[in-house]
Ligand binder design. Structure first.
Ligand code: NDP
Length: 284
């Protein structure tokens, strides 16, 4: 399976990364979270997704500690700006604070966390300035549905957005109806968040589902690995599962070696059908 997705700016982004939501919220868990990220990186999951929102900056501090002393060029760091900080008066400061917490001088990818009230033209212009200043290598958005993407494409340089990070897993396939085909046509990569449906919390029973179980049994893998491999079977997909136990990290890191066949995909799709009409974008 491919280890990287090619973005429209010609750069490569790893298809498998690590999430950090809820990290940095509880000081007593910090060492364990730092170790988990370091272990994931050692297993090849060099993309780390974080946000100024997570743990009110705490997650970025955890990531900063985890990557300290590592060769920065081996890593791919993604962070996100709050919509209310995405205007000219705040975004430069927000980005600078994220960089400081992360202990790095650039982000590989900076995302607008969700659509807000700051005009998109303004955010896009600032993102482009951050690129020019070398503070970020490239930018994208998150939680943008099709109409938001169309709005973005209507503003100057809006089409320089390279990635849209959205909720996507076997139990939530609404984006396949319209958003995903649109992004695929434009060549924009999808970063799938909650690829494990928060380990089944979002969709009761996903990990216990019998179709998922039988595909897992056939390949001698776990149901969680089936969920991740299902997403990566699509082109231009990046996944950022969050894991804190070594066991989970090991499982997730091996997913690049798993290829589901047509029979597996048909079985999974029969159980969780392809959407036939527009659904609102799922968010957490
Ligand atoms: P995930 O779907 O990644 O699920 C995380 C849960 O799955 C954790 O409880 C984890 O347990 C468990 N898990 C991890 N690996 C396995 C495995 N192999 N088998 C069984 N369980 C496993 O949910 P998240 O909400 O964390 O989403 C991933 C990331 O996406 C976030 O961390 C964040 O970076 C990003 N995100 C972005 C959003 C946005 O608005 N842009 C919104 C939500 C998330 P344990 O920790 O115990 O290992």
């Amino acid at each position: 399976m491919k280890k990287h997705v090619k973005l429209l700016d010609g750069s490569s982004i790893p298809v498998l990364g690590q999430g950090t939501w809820h990290m940095g919220e509880d000081k007593s868990k910090k060492d364990q979270e730092v170790s988990a990220l370091q272990y994931g990186i050692s297993k090849g999951m060099t993309l780390v997704d974080t946000a100024e929102m997570y743990g009110s900056g705490g997650a970025e501090l955890v990531v900063g500690e985890a990557i300290r002393g590592m060769d920065r060029s081996d890593l791919y760091i993604v962070s996100k700006v709050y919509p209310h900080n995405a205007g000219r008066d705040k975004i430069f400061n927000s980005c600078m604070k994220s960089l400081k917490r992360l202990g790095t001088d650039y982000l590989d990818l900076y995302l607008l966390h969700w659509p807000g009230s700051v005009p998109l033209e303004e955010t896009v212009a600032c993102m482009e300035e951050l690129v020019d200043q070398g503070k970020i290598k490239r930018w994208g958005v998150s939680n943008f549905d099709l109409d938001d993407m169309e709005d973005l494409w209507s503003v100057k340089d809006g089409d320089k957005c390279l990635v849209n990070q959205v909720l996507y897993h076997l139990g939530s396939r609404g984006i396949e109806y319209d958003l995903l085909p649109w992004m695929e046509k434009k060549g924009i990569a999808t970063m799938a968040y909650c690829p494990l449906a928060q380990a089944g919390k979002l969709r009761e029973g996903l990990l216990q589902n019998s179709a998922v179980g039988s595909v897992a049994k056939k390949h001698n893998i776990t149901p969680a690995q089936v969920l991740l491999a299902f997403i990566l079977a699509r082109e231009n997909m990046i996944i950022i599962p969050k894991a804190s136990s070594e066991n989970h990290i090991d499982e997730n890191s091996k997913v690049l070696h798993i290829e589901l066949d047509k029979e597996d995909m048909d079985l999974l799709i029969k159980e969780y059908p392809t959407p036939k009409f527009k659904l609102p974008l799922d968010i957490v």
